[in-house]
Design a protein around this ligand. Structure first.
Ligand SMILES: O=P(O)(O)OC[C@H]1O[C@@H](O)[C@H](O)[C@@H](O)[C@@H]1O
Length: 253
């Protein structure tokens, strides 16, 4: 499970380590040579920490987060599947974030990127209990990669394993909580002029006017058909998150 390698004169880096986290829950720590890291709980397939090379935390996890199944972890990157929000009859954001994922030791091949050494493959499969509330069989493979430069990449591959060949539909999201210092000093670029659904107004549809998004009061919106690149600028921290995506149409604030 753990991989240690020597690179030139640098100290040995354990790129992938399986250990125990809060309340004895299984946790995987990903590390890269320059000092950045990420932590993933098998419970929920949930990324709970992502640190840059200075050891600064880039994700928010509530101090009140309870790492006690079946409670979901509040913060980090919850995986919402097979339902986002309350867009269906399941519990909000679906059940995947409240299930124990396992390590996938034999994932189907990915395009080779030999510079990535800090990654873990997880899998979640239907359980007969879950089939009673969502009548489909599936394999959800999640690869979490910490790139050599500290980028965090999540790749999801969902396969229908229904034996009768029946198709299914689902909604899905990475419900990422970014760590920012002062929300009134934060600006989001890339969503201006887009249509959004306002959760504070019964999901009514509006169009964003002109400028980058700023936060002066509570905001709870889903932006539709977002571009592949969005930037979150934290002026106080002088830090910018660059979000890139492929294959997910919408984004939430
Ligand atoms: O279940 P969690 O992680 O607390 O997330 C809840 C939030 O999920 C968001 O998708 C909703 O738009 C918010 O209204 C809600 O507060």
């Amino acid at each position: 499970m753990s991989v240690g390698r020597r690179r030139g004169m640098s100290l040995e880096t354990k790129y992938v380590e399986l250990c125990k986290g809060i309340n004895g829950l299984d946790k995987i720590v990903l590390r890269e040579v320059r000092g950045c890291s990420a932590e993933v709980y098998l419970y929920g397939g949930h990324v709970t920490s992502w640190k840059n090379e200075h050891g600064e935390e880039l994700l928010f996890v509530s101090s009140k987060a309870i790492f006690k199944p079946p409670k979901t972890i509040r913060g980090g990157i919850p995986i919402c599947f097979p339902q986002f929000s309350n867009l269906g009859s399941l519990e909000p954001h679906g059940f995947a974030r409240a299930r124990f994922w396992t390590i996938d030791n034999d994932p189907p091949p990915f395009p080779i990127n030999s510079s990535n050494k800090a990654f873990i493959d997880l899998i979640l499969k239907h359980s007969e209990e879950d089939v009673k509330i969502w009548p489909h069989r599936y394999e959800f493979r999640l690869r979490i990669t910490l790139g050599p430069g500290g980028d965090l990449m999540l790749t999801s591959r969902i396969r229908n394993t229904n034996t009768d060949g029946k198709s299914f539909t689902f909604t899905f999201a990475y419900h990422t909580y970014f760590h920012v210092t002062d929300i009134s000093e934060v600006r989001v670029e890339g969503l201006e002029t887009l249509d959004y659904l306002d959760n504070l107004k019964n999901r009514e549809r509006f169009t964003e006017q002109g400028d980058a998004i700023v936060f002066e009061s509570e905001v709870d919106k889903v932006y539709l058909s977002t571009p592949t690149k969005i930037a979150i600028l934290d002026h106080e921290r002088k830090r910018t998150f660059e979000l890139r995506k492929d294959g997910l149409p919408d984004a939430g604030e």
